[in-house]
Design a protein around this ligand. Structure first.
Ligand code: BYC
Length: 329
């Protein structure tokens, strides 16, 4: 595990005056747009906020492998299967970069995984919806990965450098994910049968609103936003990102030939953006609270994977022990 190699004396040995000076210097660095590294002093609340966000993000990547992983054995062609395998594997990699980034803040991976498996930790609401048809896989790429990119590109400039660095790589891969989903849908819409086109529309109808919820609650009801924006963890607010996403999707939907399921969606000349209908926030909080269509199934699948993989972890430890004994000899 990485630990926080503090350059300063432990908290109990520092005076209030020293603490105030450290805080002042930290604030000045944030104001100057500097990046904070793992070894730098940081306020406890900043550290906790980062661990909360980064670990939730890591869990989302790992749980996010499940809805699509479900379709690997049923992909319609060898090409689509190979693409989907690579994509799901990428999501696993993203989870690992993010757990490693969170570990630099002094939280162990075991602690984070325990929190996920015991149901204490959150992960993105979006992964608690079922993937009913092959079109869902395309729509996840287009809308879910599209929303993820919109939200994650600003995180490449997050004030905490290890998170920002991880996000650069994640975003590059996410953009391939978004394109593969859009391409799969375009193929179905332009070369498919009427039934396949209807399947795409049905998937868009089911995933549109949950995708808008991915950006989190409205700014006015987002308890963490103000402080996270002040610290440069979040650079753009939940509502602003949601609006940018809606605006981007409208044109993409036209090219695809699908209808976004919102009768209130229309261009607002004065705002230079699209107006859209009300999001069902009761549904969002229900899903976040554990009562979505697939919450139990997702958690059970993660716990089972962890238990079934125990022998791999044990074998890796024994191998490492043997290797270091050999090296010492
Ligand atoms: N689902 O004060 P707020 C991916 C929680 S991975 C569940 O606005 P914040 C992908 C929030 O945690 C997608 N919970 O919070 C992977 C907070 O609860 P706590 C994941 C949500 O942190 C595989 C409370 O609501 N992306 O795309 O300022 C395949 C109040 O919210 C959600 C990330 O994690 C939600 N949707 O802003 C394909 C990106 N929204 O912790 C794709 C990094 C909010 O106070 N994270 N909550 O108990 C972020 O950017 C921010 O954490 C959020 C929320 C914008 C998500």
């Amino acid at each position: 595990m990485y630990t926080q190699a503090m350059d300063t004396a432990p908290k109990e040995e520092r005076s209030a005056l020293e603490d105030a000076a450290l805080q002042q210097r930290f604030d000045a660095r944030i104001d100057a747009g500097e990046f904070i590294e793992a070894k730098d002093w940081m306020p406890e609340h900043y550290r906790k906020t980062l661990v909360r966000q980064i670990s939730q993000h890591a869990h989302s990547e790992i749980v996010g492998m499940l809805p699509e992983g479900n379709w690997i054995t049923r992909a319609p062609t060898l090409k689509r299967k190979a693409i989907l395998l690579a994509k799901v594997q990428d999501e696993g990699g993203h989870g690992l970069y993010l757990y490693a980034a969170a570990e630099t803040l002094g939280t162990s991976r075991d602690q984070m995984i325990d929190a996920l498996h015991s149901g204490k930790a959150k992960y993105s609401s979006i992964f608690n919806y079922p993937t009913l048809t092959w079109a869902d896989v395309g729509v996840i790429g287009w809308l879910v990965d599209g929303a993820a990119i919109m939200n994650q590109v600003p995180l490449c400039r997050c004030s905490y450098a290890p998170y920002a660095r991880a996000m650069v790589r994640v975003c590059r891969e996410e953009s391939f994910h978004q394109r593969q989903g859009y391409d799969a849908l375009l193929t179905m819409m332009t070369q498919g049968t009427a039934a396949q086109r209807a399947m795409v529309q049905d998937a868009v109808d089911r995933w549109w609103w949950p995708s808008l919820m991915m950006f989190g609650p409205p700014d006015a009801e987002s308890p963490n936003s103000a402080q996270s924006m002040r610290w440069g963890i979040k650079r753009i607010s939940n509502d602003e990102l949601r609006q940018k996403f809606v605006d981007a999707c409208v044109d993409q939907a036209k090219v695809l030939g699908v209808t976004l399921p919102d009768p209130a969606l229309k261009w607002n000349e004065a705002r230079g953006s699209h107006d859209f209908g009300a999001i069902d926030w009761d549904e969002f909080w229900r899903v976040v609270g554990g009562d979505g269509p697939c919450n139990c199934e997702r958690l059970a699948a993660r716990v089972a994977a962890w238990e079934d993989g125990a022998w791999v972890r044990e074998a890796a430890l024994v191998h490492e022990r043997k290797r270091s004994l050999k090296e010492a000899a």
